[in-house]
Design a protein around this ligand. Structure first.
Ligand SMILES: [Zn+2]
Ligand SMILES: [Zn+2]
Length: 284
């Protein structure tokens, strides 16, 4: 049996190789990072990212895969050409970073249609995602993340993700990431209910293209559309539902990354990882 990959989004202060050590120190064996500050367009030049050190630390500590999270400023659905331009540039950098560190993909919040509706922006999204893929290394990956839905955020409805995957035809290079907090907040129950998350993944044939699970509890209640993460077991997602979801046979090989706030407020920590280990090793 393959070991489950349970990781965390961690700081890269001191380099990605340091983040790998931090992951190991909290009991994680997978990782997600930003390629630079998530709130600034400025990116760290790739020649300052030591791919050799990263890969040797990955071997040493058995921390793999590594996902990259795109910066929060990205909006591929904006009607402001300047913002779209900056977004494309930042995403190209992130996919180059992903290829450089031999990562498993860049997780992207596509952005908001700002009230115009998905229909109004969907062909622009296809064009922009295809452009990013065209202009980046073939060993990089673009992963669309589902959203909680508030303020016109794209992809709270999984049919949008299905449609985009079909239209872009990015093959192996285009996949998606399911965030449990966002799904719950968007009205997808994590138990086996009809039309819940598992049911929709099955009906929309979204298991094969799923590359990453973001495992976060939700500070807000079911179907509120809000994106506020809670520590595992401390939010509104029933732990039995989360357990049922994560132990579904179709998901057990998908790496998990937590972006929980942490019990001391400093981000994902040992307690969140150990709770995830606990709920994924029981009741198989
Ligand atoms: Zn997430
Ligand atoms: Zn979130």
């Amino acid at each position: 049996m393959q070991t489950r990959r349970i990781g965390a989004h961690l700081s890269t202060a001191g380099g990605v190789e340091k983040a790998i050590e931090r992951a190991h120190a909290i009991g994680a064996n997978a990782l997600q990072v930003f390629s630079g500050s998530p709130r600034m367009w400025q990116r760290t030049p790739l020649d300052r990212v030591d791919a050799k050190k990263i890969s040797s630390n990955q071997e040493k500590y058995d921390v793999k895969p590594i996902f990259t999270h795109a910066l929060y400023l990205v909006n591929l659905a904006s009607d402001n050409p300047e913002l779209v331009d900056k977004s494309l540039k930042a995403l190209k950098h992130d996919l180059e970073f992903d290829a450089h560190i031999n990562g498993a993909g860049v997780v992207v919040h596509l952005g908001s249609h700002q009230g115009r509706g998905f229909e109004a922006v969907k062909f622009d999204l296809v064009k922009h995602i295809a452009t990013v893929l065209d202009q980046t290394p073939v060993n990089s990956h673009f992963l669309i993340e589902n959203s909680a839905g508030q303020n016109g955020k794209i992809a709270s409805d999984l049919t949008e993700i299905r449609w985009l995957l079909d239209q872009v035809k990015g093959g192996e290079r285009l996949g998606w990431c399911f965030d449990t907090c966002h799904g719950f907040a968007a009205g997808l129950s994590l138990n086996s209910q009809k039309n819940g998350a598992l049911d929709q993944l099955e009906n929309l044939d979204l298991f094969d293209s799923l590359r990453c699970l973001h495992v976060n509890d939700s500070r807000d209640e079911f179907d509120t559309g809000r994106d506020r993460h809670a520590n595992i077991g401390e939010g509104n997602i029933p732990t039995t539902d989360l357990q049922l979801f994560l132990n579904d046979q179709r998901l057990i090989n998908i790496p998990m990354i937590t972006e929980a706030p942490g019990f001391d407020g400093n981000g994902p920590d040992e307690e969140n990882i150990s709770r995830l280990k606990k709920i994924t090793s029981e009741n198989k």
